[in-house]
Design a binder for this molecule. Structure first.
Ligand code: NDP
Length: 327
């Protein structure tokens, strides 16, 4: 039986991504076969499909996450009919990803879908939302509570940003949203942001120490933005850094760390240990209202993925894009 998949291959001018029919033998190694229902388009998928050194070999099926139903399993951990999620690990790097009707993966990479979510809702959250929760958990681990003051979210209209705003506001935090799209203020307020800040006020080089504004921050942008956020973080505040939408650099100073006791918490969602993933998804099931996500979600089919992947790198995608692999 043939399987519809979106395959990225080397091309004379970089890479090319095309729809193809593949066989079960092309899916790769693993002990569980999953009938994929939904995948998503994350910033990293944009990088992968633009040839941005994510895929370590080609041809490769992209898609860093998926949710679906187990079809066959050689592992005692899963049986046919189980609903599962996969975020990160080797997907779209060393192993075929979620942009296909089926995936064959190691059981150790899967986690059970929380009862509260459908597979579509899980992918509306996707890697961006799970990363937002890892950021929230890091802020809490460093002692942040709503009573300590305002929390800033940068890259607010993006996937991580949108869900971080929603989560933090539901947890009782007063949230400020930094964005380059001030015309989306109503959307951001609908998610729970109290203040909207023009990202231009954070994206240029700034002083190493600035007025204390934030008890905590979730930064998906990096570069000068992260340096300025650190410089504006209150005494004993904490910043969770997960992204690089402005840049990979961090052109700041150690002043916030050694003079204000600021904590910079790094976030990696790809190789997060299983017990932390289970905790993060458990917390998402407890703390995130799926109905609140509706305004963030756009659904597309496999054929539309390359176009959205190109737009996400230009900062032109709002919220989360869910891919219905059977559409
Ligand atoms: P999105 O593209 O959905 O969001 C990024 C947002 O950043 C944009 O919507 C935009 O928000 C803002 N932005 C874009 N370009 C710039 C720029 N030049 N300067 C300042 N702000 C900019 O991506 P995701 O939410 O999927 O991912 C966000 C980041 O987090 C990415 O860098 C991604 O690689 C990273 N990430 C890391 C993970 C990890 O494991 N560490 C996991 C998931 C994501 P606005 O228009 O509101 O300004």
């Amino acid at each position: 039986m043939s399987i519809r998949a979106l395959v990225t291959s080397k091309a004379p001018d970089g890479v090319a991504t095309t729809l193809a029919e593949i066989g079960a033998g092309d899916l790769g190694e693993g002990d569980v076969t999953v009938a994929v229902e939904y995948s998503t388009v994350n910033y990293k998928d944009g990088l992968a499909l633009s040839g941005g050194r994510i895929m370590q070999s080609m041809p490769m099926i992209g898609g860093i996450d998926f949710a679906g139903t187990v079809e066959a399993s050689d592992s005692a951990a899963y049986k046919p009919g189980d609903k599962v999620i996969l975020n990160g690990w080797g997907l779209s790097q060393t192993h075929n990803g979620g942009y296909a009707q089926k995936a064959r993966v190691p059981a150790a990479w899967l986690i059970p879908l929380p009862d509260k979510f459908t597979t579509r809702e899980a992918m509306a959250i996707g890697t961006a939302g799970y990363t937002a929760m890892l950021c929230v958990m890091a802020l809490e681990h460093a002692g942040l509570t709503p009573a300590k003051g305002d929390v800033l979210v940068t890259g607010a209209n993006g996937g991580v940003g949108s869900i971080a705003i929603s989560l933090l506001s539901q947890l009782g935090y007063r949230v400020a949203a930094s964005t380059g799209r001030m015309d989306e203020a109503d959307y951001l307020k609908g998610l729970g942001a109290s203040d909207i800040i023009d990202r231009a006020t954070l994206s240029a080089p700034g002083k190493p120490m600035q007025g204390e504004r934030w008890a905590g921050a979730v930064d998906s942008v990096g570069s000068h933005t992260l340096a300025n956020v650190l410089a504006q973080t209150k005494y004993r505040g904490v910043v969770a850094a997960c992204g690089l939408a402005q840049g990979l650099d961090l052109p700041g100073s150690v002043a916030p760390f050694i003079l204000r006791n600021v904590t910079l918490a790094g976030i990696d969602s790809v190789n997060t240990p299983r017990e932390v993933r289970l905790e993060a998804w458990g917390r998402l099931a407890r703390d995130l209202d799926p109905a609140k996500l509706k305004s963030t979600v756009t659904e597309i089919g496999l054929a539309n993925v390359p176009e959205v992947a190109a737009r996400i790198l230009k900062g032109q995608v709002r919220g989360r894009t869910v891919v219905n692999v059977n559409a």
